[in-house]
Design a protein around this ligand. Structure first.
Ligand code: NAG
Ligand code: NAG
Ligand code: NAG
Ligand code: NAG
Ligand code: NAG
Length: 479
């Protein structure tokens, strides 16, 4: 604490930690303020699917300079969360996780990857459900559990996408969710939520949601119940509307959910460029009672043309039209009000009891007897992954972005750096004034900037400052 006060006296930058969030009933809650949390996220996969290459030792959160560049641009954009799909648990993610944490952004982490043996398959899920696959998902939990900004784990992504696999896959996804939740319960000091990211295929969507949120035998503490339900939805295209897009039927369908609901991907790109008018609906009064925000697909431009930012091989980046329209849509929102909302005082919806009555399509499974934990896996759930990867928040010695960033008009965006936020703050529009015109204060929603960064139970506060300054202070104290 002595060093800490001395640093404050010198006006050093303190990079504090975001407040770990909880999934409570049907909402994400900041346990410190009691406020609901709305996800304002982007999908983050620099390099596209090639950006994940365990053989080359790279994944989207393993390069500090790239994460600095992107976290700074995301601060300008106004987002407070990233979704990351393909991670190698054995790489070191400390710098990237610390950068996004300091930038006020949470991480939604997929525990699977498209590589063989690293996800459930849709056609014969029983062939892909075995101990070393589960061990891989648990290793991702180990690698990310210590970061305060780890918001949730996805136990699966779009494994169910038609009536045929709706008949066979759900029990396996629910079994993986169960195994992950038991792993978290045994080996993680806080209940990081686990849930499924669904394809918005309406024939299986609501049956999937009910299948995962229901309580077997009415047991509210049933470990196989999902903690959240997310969907990848592209039904709002161009200048659509709440009704035309079918968002109204989503809100109606998910009303009464016992778990948080959000878009784990959204952003139809036909027509393109996008105007993102759905942002006003997603964070507006017609939706926020049922939805907890969403994740825009996706930050980096790929051939499928969903990008906000076009990266070049030298690490420089061009901001695309979609970047500006999304930023402008976020800027219109009143985040103080949106992130300051309390859950209603009325009783939260109870999970329904699992029963064939919940399932509406005749092909969709009504079998709630889950597959048994595969041979060898219970031992890992009990004793932990061995050897287990381990992450921690670290000091970042410079917040300055070294890559060149070009505005839409070709001009260079100067002075770009990540702006570390105050303790407990999350990012929102205005926190990073790097483009020279915005006038943010740097204290995001839910901020209670505290001069004395505490190490409360179960969370890590990081003190980040230039190495030279540390040396200076230590020298000063020594005197
Ligand atoms: C489990 O995962 C760890 C970390 O990736 C790895 O070192 C270990 O070999 C794996 N064990 C099994 C049984 O797959
Ligand atoms: C979208 O449509 C509404 C209503 O027709 C109109 O007021 C608005 O200007 C349009 N917005 C854009 C960005 O085209
Ligand atoms: C992105 O950059 C590449 C070259 O690096 C270029 O060929 C492509 O047209 C750019 N895409 C967009 C949407 O600007
Ligand atoms: C339900 O699934 C379990 C586990 O996969 C299986 O053993 C059982 O035979 C299934 N029941 C029916 C009626 O298909
Ligand atoms: C800088 O940000 C302001 C406010 O968000 C915006 O109006 C302006 O267009 C931006 N300038 C550039 C060059 O991006």
């Amino acid at each position: 604490m002595l060093i800490h006060s001395a640093l404050l006296a010198l006006g050093a930058t303190i990079a504090a930690a975001v407040q770990p969030l909880e999934a409570k009933d049907n909402y994400f809650i900041n346990p410190k303020t009691g406020n609901r949390f709305q996800i304002v996220g982007v999908a983050y996969q620099p390099g596209g699917s090639a950006g994940y290459n365990p053989a080359l030792g790279k994944d989207p959160l393993s390069n500090k300079d790239i994460c600095l560049r992107d976290a700074a641009l995301m601060q300008i954009l106004g987002v407070n969360a990233i979704r990351v799909y393909n991670l190698d648990p054995n790489l070191n993610h400390d710098e990237c996780a610390s950068i996004f944490n300091a930038a006020g952004m949470y991480m939604l982490v997929d525990v699977n990857s498209p590589l063989v043996g690293e996800s459930l398959t849709s056609d014969k899920p029983w062939e892909s459900y075995y101990a070393s696959y589960l061990n891989r998902t648990f290793a991702v939990v180990e690698a990310f559990k210590n970061y305060p900004n780890t918001l949730a784990f996805f136990s699966g992504n779009e494994v169910i996408f038609n009536e045929e696999n709706g008949a066979t896959v759900p029990p396996y996804v629910r079994a993986v969710t169960r195994d992950l939740k038991n792993y978290v319960k045994n080996h993680v000091s806080r209940p990081i939520p686990v849930g499924y990211s669904a394809a918005d295929v309406r024939d299986v969507l609501f049956d999937s949601w009910n299948y995962f949120q229901c309580a077997i035998d009415g047991e509210a503490n049933d470990m196989s119940r999902a903690d959240l339900f997310a969907l990848n939805s592209y039904s709002w295209c161009g200048n659509s509307s709440f009704k035309t897009s079918g968002y109204d039927t989503l809100v109606e369908g998910f009303t009464g959910s016992s778990v948080p609901i959000f878009y784990s991907e959204y952003g139809c790109n036909d027509p393109s460029p996008r105007i993102f008018t759905e942002v006003q609906a997603i964070y507006g009064s017609e939706m926020t009672g049922v939805f907890s925000g969403g994740v825009v697909y996706e930050y980096v431009q790929e051939v499928n043309n969903y990008g906000l930012v076009n990266l070049s091989s030298d690490g420089s980046a061009d901001l695309l039209s979609d970047f500006y329209s999304l930023r402008d849509q976020y800027a219109k929102l009143d985040f103080t009000q949106i992130q300051g909302a309390k859950p209603p005082s009325t009783a939260a919806p109870k999970p329904p009891t699992c029963s064939s009555k919940l399932i509406t399509h005749k092909e969709f499974t009504t079998n709630f007897t889950l597959p048994a934990v595969p041979p060898g896996a219970q031992d890992i759930i009990d004793k932990g992954v061995s050897p287990a990867p381990s992450g921690k928040i670290v000091t970042i010695d410079s917040w300055t972005v070294t890559h060149e960033i070009r505005n839409r008009d070709g001009s260079i965006l100067t002075g770009l750096a990540v702006k570390p936020l105050a303790d407990d703050a999350t990012n929102q529009p205005g926190t990073n004034a790097a483009n020279g015109t915005a006038t943010g204060t740097g204290t995001g929603t839910g901020a209670s900037p505290s001069a004395t960064s505490k190490n409360a139970a179960g969370r890590t506060a990081a003190v980040a400052l230039p190495v030279t300054l540390v040396a200076l202070v230590i020298a000063a104290i020594a005197l």
